[in-house]
Design a protein around this ligand. Structure first.
Ligand code: ADE
Length: 226
C-alpha cells in the first residue's frame, strides 16, 4: 500500500516513520509519504487558509490549496481513496481498518485550526474518519493512529506475523478483545498467574482464553481496577 499524508506539519511524522513496524513495512515495499500543503499552495507567501465566510473565530483551510496539493502529487489522473481526519467522521475500528487495508493507495488529509472548507469534504474526499468523539488540535495524531493500524497489517511489519492473527478484534477471535497475557515471574508481590496457564494443558488454555475474551467483550468500558 501507498500512504500519502497531507499536512501542515510533516515533521510531526518523523518519529512515526522511525518505528520498527513502519520501517519493516516500508522495507517490504509499502510507501509512507508526507506532503506539505504549503509546497503546493498557489497563494502568495505559502498561505493555505483564510477567515470563515459568515464570520466567526479561527481559520479555515482552503479548498483550492487542498486541490492543488492533491493534483501536484497525483496529477489529473485517478486519485487514491481520500480520507479527511475529522472528529465527526466514521469511528475507526478494526473492521474499517480491514476494509482500508485492501486499498492499493490512500491519501490522508490532516486539518488544523477550524478544519477544512466544507467543499474539501464534499468534493475532494471519499470518507471522513474519526478516532473518537473528542476534539484534537489537528488531524496529525489521528492520521498517525490510522496509519499505524494500517502499516502493522502490511506484510513484513511485524517480527512474528502470528502476533497479528490472534489479537483483539481479529477474525480468529471472532471480533472479540484479546485475552490477558502473563509472563515470568510466576508470583510477584503476592500477585499470581492463573494456574491453567502453567498447567501445560493446551485445550484448557484455549478454553480459558476464549472465556476471558468473551468476558472482556461483555464489558466494553474496558478494565477497571477496583
Ligand atoms: N481532528 C481533530 N480531532 C479529531 C478526531 N477525534 N478524530 C479525527 N480527526 C480529528
Amino acid at each position: 500500500m501507498k500512504l500519502d499524508v497531507f499536512t501542515l506539519f510533516p515533521e510531526a511524522f518523523d518519529w512515526f516513520r522511525g518505528q520498527r513496524p513502519v520501517r519493516k513495512a516500508i522495507e517490504a515495499g509499502a510507501e509512507f509519504n508526507t506532503r506539505d500543503f504549503r509546497d503546493w499552495t498557489p497563494l502568495k507567501g505559502g498561505r493555505v487558509d483564510d477567515t470563515p465566510y459568515g464570520g466567526g473565530a479561527g481559520m479555515v483551510l482552503r479548498v483550492d490549496v487542498v486541490d492543488a496539493a492533491l493534483e501536484g502529487v497525483f496529477g489529473d489522473g485517478d486519485r487514491p481513496r481520500t480520507i479527511v481526519l475529522s472528529p465527526a467522521g466514521r469511528l475507526l475500528d478494526e473492521p474499517l481498518v480491514s476494509e482500508l487495508v485492501q486499498e492499493p493507495a490512500i491519501a490522508l488529509l490532516c486539518g488544523r485550526y477550524e478544519g477544512f472548507d466544507q467543499r474539501v469534504h464534499d468534493h475532494l474526499a471519499d470518507d471522513e474518519v474519526s478516532i473518537g468523539r473528542y476534539v484534537l488540535a489537528g488531524g496529525e495524531l489521528p492520521a498517525m493512529v490510522l496509519a499505524d493500524a494500517l502499516m502493522r497489517r502490511m506484510p513484513g511489519a511485524l517480527g512474528d506475523p502470528a502476533s497479528a492473527i490472534e489479537e483483539s478484534y481479529s477474525e480468529a477471535l471472532d471480533g472479540l478483545p484479546e485475552y490477558p497475557h502473563y509472563t515470568k515471574p510466576p508470583e510477584y508481590r503476592g500477585w499470581g498467574v492463573p494456574d491453567v496457564l502453567v498447567s501445560g494443558d493446551h485445550g484448557k488454555v484455549r478454553q480459558w482464553r476464549r472465556q476471558q475474551s468473551e468476558a472482556r467483550g461483555d464489558s466494553p468500558e474496558g478494565h477497571r481496577r477496583d
